[in-house]
Design a protein around this ligand. Sequence first.
Ligand SMILES: [Zn+2]
Length: 217
Amino acid sequence: MDFISQFSVSLDAILGEEKDTILYLDSHTHDDVFQERTMAVVNRYPGDVRTDDKWVSVGLHPWHVNDEWQVQLEKMRSEAFLPCICAIGECGLDKCCESNYERQMEAFRAQVLLAEECGKPMIIHCVKSFQEIMAIHKEVRPQQKWLIHGFRGKPELVKQIMAKGMLVSFGHHYNVNSLTYVALNCRSLYLETDDCGLSIRQIYENVRRHLSSGSLG
Ligand SMILES: [Zn+2]
């Protein structure tokens, strides 16, 4: 199961007229209620992976990194290799939360290594930590793709991220110029609902509206 190729949404699917027949792809959600004609990667915390899970990611979120993070990591390790796990995450770095930042770094690095070991891409939560994430990426030179989820940064930042070979996904809030930049350059996008409460169809609709009113060539 290749999450990166499976969940890439083509521009044709977003801009085309086949709204009623396409399969909606949600690359990151916390909502595991089944939606019709939707394929979604559901986020699970360590120890929460279920036997009937199909497309799920497992990760230790930076908000939940405490002094027991290594215990959580061991739980993750027992789940990360399961076939239903298509990505490691969400995990990452967040300068605006209570968790100790040094500890977040340790937990993130450990999950990077786990992703490499099990050969699965990463779904990354990044708040005011792009320099740190890019530095770790440069140092580790991972084989696996890193998807920065819920990307809201400016086009200058998305250019830097993509130049490093990383990917971004867009949810409820985003910078329209960044969205347009990725759409033009990749002819595809990663879209997500995360925990925003909207359906993935509504996200597609927002993106369609923004791209149709912009200068897409
Ligand atoms: Zn999330």
